[in-house]
Design a protein around this ligand. Structure first.
Ligand code: PLP
Length: 395
């Protein structure tokens, strides 16, 4: 056997998982086919029984989707990956594959909004309950554990305040009780943070964000050891929210440039955050890459850089924040993130608008808060765009 070289992430991002057909195509092929043909009745029987590996039907597997799964697994340092139709279907599949009626989840109190809805309004109907606890306080997670707790679910850095959950500490607490740890790694991507290496059992992704990177398609994934992803696969092949071949093909191309995009976007974000921090009309900046971030040291031990999300409070309230948003000509006013195009959002009136004002205040999401998901434009142009509105505040 020849030695298998150990490739670095940049290499895996463009090479891992590719299989070529008899035509020898250089780019990954897009297999738009819902079913697969067998050579004989006996082979069909072997494929259906699982005795022989191979494709049967695209709800189970498709070669383009498999290439995406293998590439993302390689980047996360995971034994296996199963792709899903969206980030939410990845979280749903993970939960329904590993939890049953009566089970309990301990989750961070600053999760993506739809994840909170999924846990509180949908899984709760199946008898799976959730306790939401402080993102940054491992003792609160430990105190929330019940005999029926089966899963810790977190997302770090948090949205929009970029608070850091300590993946190592939470994994140690969970594993002492046989509880699984799942991390939504959407904000950092495997280029900046590999939760499995820090002790987590499973990683989920909304591939819709940085993995696509250009705001084109929805997708998701669950990565981890085969013994855990196998259950997710069984759920998906029956319940159906699998990734389409076309979306997998777009996402494969996204993975090829993921490292250079996230590194450049993070570098832009650090420059923008530093500029905002010195701006007289900005009261506070939330960015893990700044030494003023309360968890800067922890962030440095688990992520490669601060990431590309910067939040800040303008001096004032909703009116002043909206002034900044409404004077943007370049930044897109949208709640999406992960795109090469920079976006700006006012969380209190959009993504967190349905939470009561009291709960919002308790979560630290003020009326003056803005979140910027930094893209690839020149930082000077982004600054000029924000300055237009900032300069009008306090006049
Ligand atoms: C967008 C997002 C999701 C949901 O992903 P979809 O692909 O939109 O279903 C989950 N978690 C985080 C952190 C997200 O930003």
């Amino acid at each position: 056997m020849d030695d298998q070289p150990v490739y670095r992430p940049q290499t895996l991002a463009v090479r891992a998982g590719q299989t070529r057909s008899q035509f020898g195509e250089h780019a990954e092929a897009l297999y738009l086919t819902s079913s697969f043909v067998f050579g004989s009745a006996a082979q069909a029987a072997r494929r259906f029984s699982g005795e022989e590996e191979g494709n049967v039907y695209a709800r189970f597997s498709n070669p383009t989707v498999t290439m995406f799964e293998e590439r993302l697994a390689a980047l996360e340092g995971a034994e296996d990956c199963v792709a899903t139709a969206s980030g939410m279907s990845a979280i749903m599949a993970l939960c329904l594959a590993h939890l049953k009626q009566g089970d309990h989840i301990v989750a961070s109190n600053s999760l993506f909004g739809a994840t909170v809805q999924l846990f509180s309004n949908i899984l709760s109907r199946t008898g799976i309950s959730t306790s939401f606890v402080s993102h940054t306080d491992p003792a609160a997670w430990e105190a929330a554990i019940r005999p029926e707790t089966k899963l810790f679910f977190l997302e770090t850095p948090s949205n929009p305040l970029t608070e850091i959950a300590d993946i190592r500490a939470l994994s140690a607490i969970a594993h002492a009780r046989g509880i699984l740890v799942a991390v939504d790694n959407c904000f950092c991507t495997p280029i900046l943070q590999r939760p499995l290496e820090l002790g987590a059992d499973l990683v989920v992704h909304s591939a819709t964000k940085y993995i696509d990177g250009q705001g084109r398609v929805l997708g998701g994934a669950v990565c981890g050891p085969k013994k855990l992803t196998e259950e997710v696969f069984k759920y998906l092949r029956t319940a159906g929210p699998t990734l389409s071949a076309f979306n997998a093909w777009v996402l494969l191309k996204g993975l090829e440039t993921l490292a250079i995009r996230i590194e450049a976007q993070s570098a832009n974000a650090l420059r923008l955050a530093t500029w905002l921090e010195s701006h007289p009309q900005v009261a506070r900046v939330y960015y893990p890459g700044l030494s003023s971030h309360p968890q800067h040291a922890l962030a440095q031990t688990q992520q490669q850089s601060g990431g590309a999300i910067v939040s800040f409070e303008v001096r004032g309230a909703r009116e002043q924040a909206w002034t900044v948003v409404d004077h943007c000509r370049l930044l897109s006013i949208t709640a999406n993130l992960g795109d090469t195009k920079t976006t700006i959002t006012h969380p209190a009136s959009t993504t967190h608008g349905r939470i009561s004002p009291e709960a919002r205040a308790a979560a630290g999401i003020g009326e003056g808060l803005l979140r910027v998901a930094v893209g690839l434009e020149a930082v000077e142009d982004l600054q000029a765009d924000l300055e237009r509105g900032l300069s009008l505040i306090g006049r």
